[in-house]
Each structure stands twice: as C-alpha cells, then as structure tokens.
Design a protein around this ligand. Structure first.
Ligand code: FE2
Length: 246
C-alpha cells in the first residue's frame, strides 16, 4: 500500500515568501534525521536545487560522468532494466555497484512531471527492518561479502561494474544498507534470497509514494532508505538528479 509522504518542507512560508535559507536548512535536517527523506514543495523558479545539494556534501558523478544527471526516457533503452525508460524499478539502494562507499544522499527534482498515472518515486525506511533482524541474521549480513553487478542499462553504457560488499556495514558515520532485488549475485538457496523477498514484500506493503509537481525536490538518505519507481506512460517526464557523498 502506498502512503503519502509526511516529511514535507515548503520553500515558501505562510506569507508565500521564500523561507530564510538558515531556517530552511535547519528544518530540512530535522526532517531528514527523523524520516530519512525530505520532499521540498512550493518551490519557486528562483530556487537553486544544486546549491542546496552542495550544502549537503561533495558531489558524486552519475555513471555518465555528468554531475547533474537527467532521468528521462532515453532512445534504445526500453528493453532493459534502467532508470532511463518508462518501466518500473524494483527496490534498491544506490551505489551498491561502486567500489567506494555509496552516496549518502540522492536528490531528484522535477523539471517536467508525468501526465497521467504513474511515475512516482517510492521510498521505504530500512531502519525498522534492520532492527527486526535476529542478532544472528544481522551478524551474517555484516560479515558476508556478496558480489554485486550493475544494471543492464548501465552495462549498455559500456560500464560493467563488479564489486564485493556486505548488505550491512557499520560505517563510522552510521550504518549502511546495500540492497538490490536483481543485481546481488547469489545462489537460489543463499539465505539472502529470503531477505530480498521479505524486504521486497515489506516495500510493497509500506512504501511512501512521491508524486511530483513541477520543481518539487526529493532528497533521501541512501544509506538508510530503499527507493524504486512506478511505471508511467508520459515520455516527457523529466527529473534531474545529484548524488552526494557522506
Ligand atoms: Fe536508483
């Protein structure tokens, strides 16, 4: 079941004036700490999403090298699992295929919303799921190095990435969850297969669905939340995207 987002921040105040930057960022961080994501709404044309991202940390380039990436249907990509088409994406964390620590934050903002149904970004907090693990399972997920591959779409860009990481990592700056329904390489009888199934079902049951208006901006903690996307039909849907290091 889809829930409406609750962690929403208005760029305009009650007088329809832009919120003072210091107050905007203070509330942003309070909401981020509590919920692991923030949806910024009532965004004016003058607002600079790249500037907000810069205040969160260093930029991590997208696969193509572009720092500000475009998420929109790309020619010749309709037959693969890839963000650059109109098909659904299954729950995952970003950057499980990076050799380095995954980006801490992902920011998406809407240039052109999808007309008609679909196209929502969907999110789920893994914190309650990690807390529900038995000590034995948690330890196994911290200790077992799994092989990860990149998506078919990224392979078609000429990048064939292979890494090894555990699903859970205790990083000095906080716990990291890496997750994919389809790019974690394992045998069918590996216990992580059951975890993938369990978390995928939890996601379907409990996710938050973000339906964008023009200029809305969504930022989430990629060490903590999983994200996915609903299919859509409007090929003019266009988001921009920045990844930010911890
Ligand atoms: Fe993603």
């Amino acid at each position: 079941m889809a829930h409406s987002p609750v962690s929403i921040l208005s760029q305009l105040d009650f007088n329809r004036q832009p919120l003072q930057e210091e107050l905007l960022m203070r509330t942003f961080h309070q909401l981020m700490d509590e919920h692991g994501y923030v949806l910024l709404c009532n965004v004016t044309e003058e607002f600079d999403p790249v500037r907000l991202c810069r205040s969160l940390g260093d930029f991590v380039p997208n696969y193509t090298g572009a720092v500000v990436g475009d998420v929109r249907p790309e020619p010749g990509m309709d037959d693969v699992y890839h963000a650059g088409n109109t098909r659904p994406l299954t729950p995952h964390s970003e950057g499980y295929d990076f050799a380095v620590t995954p980006p801490r934050y992902i920011a998406l903002w809407c240039v052109s919303p999808a007309e008609g149904p679909g196209g929502e970004t969907t999110l789920m907090d893994t914190r309650p799921l990690v807390e529900a693990l038995s000590e034995q399972e948690r330890q196994r997920l911290l200790d077992t190095d799994y092989a990860w591959k990149t998506t078919e779409g990224v392979q078609r860009l000429g990048l064939d990435l292979h890494t090894r990481h555990p699903v859970l990592e205790d990083h000095p700056e906080g716990p990291i969850v890496r997750f994919s329904c389809n790019n974690l390489i394992r045998d069918d009888d590996d216990p992580v297969a059951e975890l993938q199934d369990r978390w995928h079902k939890s996601f379907e049951r409990d996710h938050v669905a973000v339906d964008y208006r023009e200029r809305d901006m969504l930022v989430w903690d990629n060490w903590r939340l999983l994200h996915a996307r609903n299919a859509f039909s409007d090929r003019n849907r266009h988001l921009r995207r920045i990844q930010i290091a911890g």
